[in-house]
Design a binder for this molecule. Structure first.
Ligand SMILES: Cc1ncc(C[n+]2csc(CCOP(=O)(O)OP(=O)(O)O)c2C)c(N)n1
Ligand SMILES: [Mg+2]
Length: 1004
């Protein structure tokens, strides 16, 4: 049966151009195979075949204009069965099933629940007997009908009460006690005695390492207090939960709190992975063999996986890492092995907006592969985190509100009997009312102080501890230092399904440091311990070192065949290997054949387009390459339509873990909003920090998931490095590979958006990151050459660099690639055109981005009207030219006796005449970067100053980068160089109405 393929609803456009015909008569096509590519002046989109069959005729040619309903081709169905007409049918999602998130606390123990113990009456209870009956009824339901029936009844009662207008209690928080009742704690199978010893040695060696480094020089710094508070939190994970990557398993991913790095080194030392010599070189990284101050994959590429020390980045990167892991699984690129992402953060660190900024996304995405551990030692650097409040309660409220499973680990086991004996409920009341500032002071001041200040407030509580000595009271430990409590919480976190889990653990900063730093405000900065402090620390944790050894600050490592070392290694063996460890087994991606890029090398003729459109078209082409297509990860923060990328929605789908539960408003259209579980586009919403975190996850998938991915994150260039610069720095550290595309770039090219949008400096910011390779191309062939090389360098050759490319929204026609330009395009400059008319005077005119076109126009005027010839250089990367120039200059300075080498800039310019005039849409320091690498006089024009909204023409005039200013300033420069009289310049200033009294734009 013959069928027509027509243009579907293409949105707002009336008549659009056919730019590619992707079929031939006789081709067999499947449903959704692309038939033609259409392009409006903003975006390009492929039309998919609505049915399977054989093409019998083609009714359009490249260049034709078509509208909705235009006949594109005819097709013969192969057989009735195969003719599945999918004509934009109103299809409701079927592929995704909902997993309902459980809001209840999942302790990991199924079908058991603690009985509710009636508390003794408080003065608010006017009828204790009635209260008791209620509680007994509840217990009866739990016993007879089970916990879910009990929950149902409670919920029902609450909603009835709500409807009746009762003011219900605020339930954001629960009482200030552990979430998991003692009876329901799952017991650790470990040998507690050995684990305690191991922990003590790790603690000792971590502290010794810092103290030793500071003996070498107090400049070296380091931290003892942070790890001292977190040792148990890490140790329990290392001994029992964290599974390493090996040939059978992808590995759990652990984001360690940056300042606890010494603890990880100390453990690796016991494991035999680091030597004493390396420990002695803590924070001495200049000569090889040192240990980096914090987790820096760049400096320790076989050890650290995640740069976390800039506070707040770890938590949000961890969330998006967990999300990206699900993305890879849902797209069928990775097996679901139940891997977990663990993120450790400080309680002070939660002040950072980035730390908590994406927690609702984590719950919305049901990231049950994510476990946060917040180490609440109640202190940050200067003092208490919330002296007047309770950080644990505050965090519980935030995380519960966002939909997380919250597990509070506040009190250690020594408190259990007291809590059990608390018949009046007063102990819990006291726990609730004490603020963090007091809790901190209590841990700094000893048992007698706690007796008086904590228990002493109520006679009943004082009585409760009357038989305990001050030392017993002092031993009442906090949950985060109790391996049993921590084990139970981690176990529960591992079992929990349907939402992410946060373990909020209460600890003591500088735990065990005594007067030198336990719970005192200056703990964070403590890096020097005197002999007395060290002896105290040794005794506190029973480290078997003599006084002499302590004085020498010796490390302690038991013999290889000792119980402790055997146990520690055996535990790691059982868990699949060591952690942290960084490696990659990813297979490189073969670069696509040249023909994918071929169309960009030709002139577009009259046809105008922006480099953004060219890039989007290139990505569309790449989606036809079988190696590249599945690995592309387009990442967009709510700007797809701005960049003409809406065609991707339908073509490759937007990732949505629950698929699409609604019929989109625009379902009839070709670019309809299609969300799907296997979607490829990461449509991030309005979060640059989130989008960048996604990009980093994808850009490091080659090491964290052993799969090479190609992330392409497209954003307003102003909201790139300026907004997320610290993430970009972390990406460099993590050796990310991928593309960052600064779209709508250039201070005068974006035009109407004004001061906060118009970017004239992102390239300068990009240039500060050593492994970021950046380009500001003008023409589509430049973009194609650069992008292809990026694919080759990063994803085929696995170079640890990442690309920043600016793309513009100005439409113009693109010429054919000049012969042999490739090398120069990649190195940073090439000769675009030479004017060799009659003129005796010559200039070297450089430009980049859209402003190169102003330079080209200026060159024509200069030649035709003023007899000034020019060599026009398209400078694709001042940043790359500078790198080359600096390196050569250094080499020459180091070798004054050798033949001096030439920088690439010099090689290009040495045989050419005249001064350099460089003009860009960026601040002058961008082009000034290459000034030292040529002996020629050098003049820069650029867009220094705040942007503002106006037309491109007016903006270019304002910033003095339009062709008229280029002409006038060039003539003036020539006068200065005494190559021309000054009257030409003066005439030009007059002719172009250039107001010499205008204030310099930086002052306006
Ligand atoms: C973005 C950023 N700002 C500031 C710092 C400096 N800094 C290092 S540790 C610290 C305090 C950390 O407190 P907390 O998160 O509670 O961790 P703790 O050491 O108490 O476990 C600060 C402010 C940093 N590392 N990163
Ligand atoms: Mg803290």
């Amino acid at each position: 049966m013959e069928k027509n393929i027509t243009v579907p609803d293409i949105g707002d456009f009336d008549s659009v151009e056919v730019i590619e015909v992707l079929i031939k008569v006789g081709d067999k096509v499947n449903i959704d195979d692309p038939i033609v590519t259409l392009e409006s002046d903003k975006s390009s989109v492929e039309v998919p075949s609505p049915l399977a069959g054989e093409i019998t005729s083609i009714n359009i040619n490249v260049g034709d204009k078509v509208s909705k309903g235009s006949l594109l081709a005819e097709l013969k169905g192969l057989s009735r069965d195969e003719e599945k007409i999918v004509k934009h049918e109103k299809k409701l999602p079927t592929e995704d099933t909902e997993i309902s998130a459980s809001n209840s606390i999942d302790t990991g123990v199924k079908k058991t629940i603690k009985k509710v113990l009636p508390q003794s009456s408080s003065k608010d209870d006017i009828d204790p007997l009635e209260t008791k009956e209620w509680i007994e009824s509840l217990n009866a339901v739990i016993e007879n009908d089970g916990p879910s029936r009990a929950s149902y009844l409670l919920n029902k009662v609450v909603s009835e009460a709500y409807s009746a207008g009762l003011v219900l209690p605020d339930t954001r928080t629960t009482p200030y006690i552990n979430t998991i009742p003692t009876e329901l704690e799952v017991k650790s199978p470990g040998n507690q005695n050995l684990e305690k010893k191991i922990r003590a040695y790790v603690r000792w060696n971590a502290a010794a390492m810092v103290v030793r480094a500071n003996k070498i020089s107090s400049e070296l710094g380091g931290h003892i207090g942070t790890f001292a508070s977190a040792a148990t939190l890490y140790d329990v994970g290392m001994n029992h939960f964290w599974r390493a990557k090996n040939k059978d398993f992808g590995g759990d991913l652990i984001y360690f709190q940056g300042h606890s790095a010494p603890g990880m080194y100390a453990r690796a030392f016991l494991e035999g992975r680091l030597s004493e010599k390396q420990l002695n070189k803590f924070r001495q990284e200049v000569d090889s063999g040192g240990l980096s101050s914090y987790p820096h994959p760049w400096l320790m590429p076989k050890f650290w996986q995640f740069p976390t020390v800039s506070m707040g980045l770890g938590p949000i990167m961890g969330i998006y890492q967990a999300r990206f892991l699900k993305y890879l699984i849902n797209r069928g690129l990775l097996k679901d092995e139940g891997r977990k992402i663990w993120v450790f953060l400080g309680d002070g660190e939660t002040d950072e907006p980035e730390s908590l900024g994406a927690i609702s996304l984590a719950a919305r995405e049901k990231l049950d592969n994510l476990i946060f551990v917040v180490n609440c030692n109640l202190q940050r650097l200067d003092g208490p985190v919330r002296g007047n409040g309770k950080i644990i309660q505050e965090l519980e409220g935030s995380f519960r509100g966002a939909g997380w499973n919250v597990l509070k680990v506040i009190w250690g086991s020594y408190w259990d009997p007291l809590l059990k004996a608390d018949k009046t409920g007063l102990l819990m009341k006291r726990m609730n009312e004490v603020v963090d500032g007091e809790y901190q002071a209590m841990k700094a001041k000893g048992g007698a102080y706690v007796r008086e200040k904590f228990f002493g407030k109520y006679p009943e509580l004082k009585e409760l501890v009357s038989s305990m000595t001050d030392s017993d009271i002092w031993k009442l430990n906090r949950g985060g230092h109790d391996p049993h409590k921590v084990y139970a919480a981690y176990h529960a976190a591992m079992q929990h399904q349907g939402s992410p889990t946060v373990v909020i653990a209460k600890t003591v900063k500088g735990y065990g440091m005594g007067k030198s730093g336990e719970s005192i405000n200056t703990t964070h900065q403590q890096k020097k311990l005197d002999v007395e402090d060290l002896l105290y620390y040794r005794d506190r944790f029973n480290v078997p070192l003599t006084d002499e050894q302590v004085k020498n600050i010796e490390y302690y490592k038991p013999a290889e065949n000792s119980e402790e070392i055997k146990y520690l290694k055996e535990r790691r063996k059982q868990l699949g290997g060591f952690i942290p460890e960084r490696s990659s087994l990813a297979v490189p991606i073969k670069s696509p054949p040249k023909d994918i890029f071929e169309s960009f090398m030709k002139s577009t003729g009259e046809k105008e387009m922006s480099t953004t459109m060219a890039l989007v078209r290139m990505l569309t082409n790449l989606l036809r390459d079988k190696n590249v297509a599945p690995r592309l990860v387009p990442i967009i923060p709510d700007e797809a339509r701005t960049f003409g990328m809406e065609g991707f929605f339908r073509k490759i789908g937007i990732y949505a873990h629950e698929g699409q539960k609604y019929e989109p408003e625009d379902s009839e259209q070709l670019s309809s909003y299609k969300e799907t579980k296997s979607g490829q586009v990461l449509e991030e919403g309005i979060t640059e920090a989130g989008a960048m975190s996604s990009w980093i996850a994808a850009a490091t998938a080659y090491t964290n998931h052993d799969i090479e991915m190609i992330p392409v994150y497209i954003f307003y260039s102003m909201f790139g490095f300026q907004r997320i610069g610290d993430f970009a720095w972390a990406a460099g550290d993590a050796q990310a590979r991928g593309f960052l595309i600064g779209a709508t770039a250039g201070r005068t090219t974006l035009a109407g958006e004004g001061l906060q949008h118009q970017d004239g400096h992102s390239h300068i910011l990009a240039s500060t990151i050593p492994n970021c390779v950046s380009y500001d191309p003008t023409f589509s062939y430049e973009m194609a050459v650069i992008f292809r090389e990026g694919l080759r360098r990063m994803h085929e050759k696995n170079e640890n660099v990442f690309y920043y490319i600016t793309a513009m929204n100005e439409n113009y026609s693109h010429p054919e690639k000049p012969k042999g330009a490739d090398e120069g395009i990649l190195k940073g400059m090439y000769l675009f055109k030479e004017y060799r008319n009659k003129g005796k005077i010559k200039i070297q005119l450089m430009g980049s981005g859209t402003i190169l076109r102003e330079a080209i126009a200026a060159a024509k005027i200069l030649s035709e009207e003023y007899g000034v010839d020019s060599d026009i250089w398209s400078v694709t990367s001042f940043n790359e030219l500078r790198k080359d120039g600096m390196e050569i200059e250094r080499k020459n300075l180091l070798n004054p006796n050798n033949k001096q080498e030439k920088s690439y800039v010099e090689k290009c310019l040495e045989k050419r005449d005249g001064p350099v005039i460089a003009v860009t849409d960026y601040i002058r320091s961008f082009s000034d970067q290459i000034r030292p690498f040529t002996e020629k006089p050098f003049y820069s024009l650029g867009t220094d100053g705040f942007g503002r909204s106006d037309t491109r023409k007016n903006l270019r005039k304002f910033f003095e980068v339009d062709k008229e200013h280029i002409v006038a300033y060039t003539l003036s420069a020539l006068a200065k160089e005494q190559l021309l009289g000054s009257d030409s310049a003066e005439k030009a200033f007059k002719k172009y109405n250039i107001d010499k009294k205008k204030v310099f734009p930086t002052k306006l």
